[in-house]
Design a protein around this ligand. Structure first.
Ligand SMILES: CC(C)(COP(=O)(O)OP(=O)(O)OC[C@H]1O[C@@H](n2cnc3c(N)ncnc32)[C@H](O)[C@@H]1OP(=O)(O)O)[C@@H](O)C(=O)NCCC(=O)NCCS
Length: 189
């Protein structure tokens, strides 16, 4: 898909990013969850104030995909407590990756992941891990295609409902040319 621009998000993006986050989360999960649970989750997690706070946190990083000045996808990585089978050091959590439904299947998820991987390498980390709902087979297939492997299980609380997540791990050096990415990053500095 042409005309896609990727960039790091800033606090100026809080309002539009909160809207995109809310819409993409609802379009992914609304049909499969208790309306009350999901509405409560969305009302808490995706307000401009909450997203603004997260954007201010320099330990985390958001990248956004834009087309014709509209936000159509985003990814967020952050440091997080290590889980079973995730290396204790050198790993960041891929907390969220969402592409607007109308733009899915056009390589944007892969572009966002590549940006997150470059940022992870810039921070001298070697792994990305994530939790993904077992009942989201499309996302699991996407992650597998991108080189993640299932390494464990965990529970995610969607309101009052306990949901089972796969824990998936990407060993970056198995999939990406780390030296080439480092050289590209050095040139940009
Ligand atoms: C999952 C998601 C981020 C993928 O983004 P995308 O832009 O649709 O994916 P891409 O077009 O970049 O696909 C990248 C690769 O994964 C493959 N892929 C994507 N979805 C797939 C699926 N459902 N099944 C099999 N392969 C898939 C593509 O074929 C492509 O492979 P290729 O590079 O070898 O051609 C996006 O579809 C999305 O936002 N889904 C809803 C939200 C969601 O579930 N997020 C994850 C929550 S944990």
């Amino acid at each position: 898909m042409s005309n896609i621009k990727l960039r790091k998000a800033t606090t100026d993006d809080a309002v539009l990013l909160a809207r995109l986050a809310r819409e993409t989360f609802l379009s992914t999960y609304e049909a499969f969850n208790e309306p009350r649970n999901i509405q409560e989750y969305v009302a808490r997690a995706f307000t401009p104030a909450q997203i603004g706070q997260e954007l201010k946190d320099s330990d985390s990083a958001f990248f956004v995909a834009e087309r014709d000045a509209s936000l159509i996808g985003y990814i967020k990585i952050r440091p997080a407590a290590s889980l079973e089978n995730v290396p204790e050091t050198g790993a960041l959590e891929l907390e969220r990756i969402y592409v607007a439904k109308a733009h899915a299947g056009n390589g944007i998820g892969r572009m966002l992941l590549d940006a997150a991987v470059a940022e992870t390498i810039r921070r001298e980390h070697g792994y990305l891990w994530l939790g993904v709902w077992k009942d989201n087979p499309e996302a699991v297939a996407f992650y597998r295609k991108c080189g993640f492997q299932i390494v464990g299980q965990k529970v995610f609380m969607m309101g009052s409902e306990a949901q089972e997540d796969h824990i998936m791990l990407l060993t970056i050096a198995h999939v990406y040319d780390v030296d080439a990415i480092r050289q590209r990053l050095n040139k940009l500095n």
